[in-house]
Design a protein around this ligand. Sequence first.
Ligand SMILES: Nc1ncnc2c1ncn2[C@@H]1O[C@H](COP(=O)(O)OP(=O)(O)O)[C@@H](O)[C@H]1O
Ligand SMILES: [Mg+2]
Length: 233
Amino acid sequence: MSGFSIVEARGIRKEFPNMTAPVLDDVSITIDSGEIVALRGPSGSGKSTLLNIIGCLDGPTRGTYSLGGRDVSTLNRRERAWVRLHYIGFIFQSFHLISDNTVLENVTLPLYYAGLGRDEREGRAVELLERVGLGHRMKHRPAQLSGGEKQRVAIARAVAGRPRLLLADEPTGALDTKTGNEVMDLLLEVHAAGSLTLVIVTHDSEVAEFCHRQVFLRDGKVITDGSSHAAHA
Ligand SMILES: Nc1ncnc2c1ncn2[C@@H]1O[C@H](COP(=O)(O)OP(=O)(O)O)[C@@H](O)[C@H]1O
Ligand SMILES: [Mg+2]
């Protein structure tokens, strides 16, 4: 069942300096709390740019965006960082783990910035790493892990702060099909376990099939926005 709208973006335009055309042009999207949404579209269509705005990594040039009922479109960098730390988890295609840190340290670091004490940080990280099947890899460095294992660490890190919104930019893009499916299963598992809203940028139609809804972008505009199971509705 749908709850309240966690994401409400209206008329989003995004321009970058030295670009003639806007990268996002009048994009509106509403996402209900608890939904799983796939963002699809050709390379260069603006998916990552939109995900970054939804995730408060970047702000729109024009338009309004409210996250959890709060207008975040006019926040400055510092304020956006605070919102991300407390409400948002990110997962990237290339993992973005800190190579000098152990697996455990990678997961505890954002909790340190969120102000949690040492016991709470380690307790949460150990529990999550066990849940993603990496209890035996906690002292390893990212370079010693397979791609699938790295993405599991990234998922544990992304959910450690108990975000409301989990955003994944082509999370299976660097993985083989079998490993990608395992990562997708894990994302669905963490979605089911927490009261999470999940937005996944993906090229993979199989991954998109797991989502409640698919939104297609082309040339910076939303061209279709509908349930992947519309035929059964
Ligand atoms: N920081 C930036 N500066 C200038 N152009 C950018 C920037 N980020 C993205 N773009 C451009 O915006 C367009 C959309 O990029 P992106 O959102 O990454 O697309 P997608 O994720 O769908 O492949 C591309 O033409 C890209 O080159
Ligand atoms: Mg992209």
